[in-house]
Design a protein around this ligand. Structure first.
Ligand code: ADP
Ligand code: MG
Length: 167
């Protein structure tokens, strides 16, 4: 599941998870695509809310469970938060115009990306969340150079370590 330069974190309580999301927020202000994977209740919306809040989304951050997508216009960034749980077939996503969402600078954060098949823009970073007792285990998996850069600039991945991993 995870490449050489993935970062694993064990047993994060809710506060540690939101702190991690806020830290990443500082690195993603120029946009990109983040996929949040994990079963129901794993903490995807919690993570997304903390991330969006730290980016400056001041409005109440609704879970897009029913709307599929909630969009927010920040001064220098459009933010799209998707929850594709209810999507049974990637064809149902055509009306969303996902390709247009990816026009930069925009940040796209997707819960249940596996329900979209290939209809979604490719991720820069995949955040895997899993229940671990009362807490959560997290794996941050960069899916390209931008994702690696995000982890570096958030101080989560050491650049030397990342250089070695990509060799
Ligand atoms: P998902 O969007 O993956 O279905 P949610 O973010 O809605 O999951 O979280 C489900 C529940 O888990 C919420 O009650 C939330 O407060 C709790 N939760 C989230 N992160 C953690 C954590 N790191 N440790 C313990 N509980 C958490
Ligand atoms: Mg959710």
């Amino acid at each position: 599941m995870s490449g050489l330069d993935s970062i694993s974190m064990r047993n994060l309580d809710e506060q540690a998870l939101t702190t991690l999301a806020r830290r990443l927020a500082a690195a993603v202000t120029r946009g990109g695509v983040m996929h949040l994977r994990g079963e129901l209740g794993a903490g995807k919306t919690t993570f997304a809310r903390a991330l969006l809040g730290a980016l400056g989304v001041g409005a109440r951050i609704k879970s897009p469970t029913y709307s599929l997508i909630e969009s927010y216009a920040l001064p220098n960034l459009s933010v799209h938060h998707l929850d594709l749980y209810r999507i049974a077939d990637p064809g149902e996503l055509e009306w969303l115009g996902l390709d247009e969402l990816a026009v930069e600078p925009s940040l796209i954060v997707v819960e249940w990306p596996e329900h979209a098949g290939r209809a979604l823009p490719a991720p820069d970073l995949i955040v895997h969340l899993a229940h671990a007792g009362g807490a959560r285990d997290v794996v941050l998996e960069p899916a390209g150079a931008r994702g690696t850069l995000w982890l570096q600039s958030a101080g989560i991945l050491d650049p030397v370590q990342a250089g070695k991993a990509s060799r």
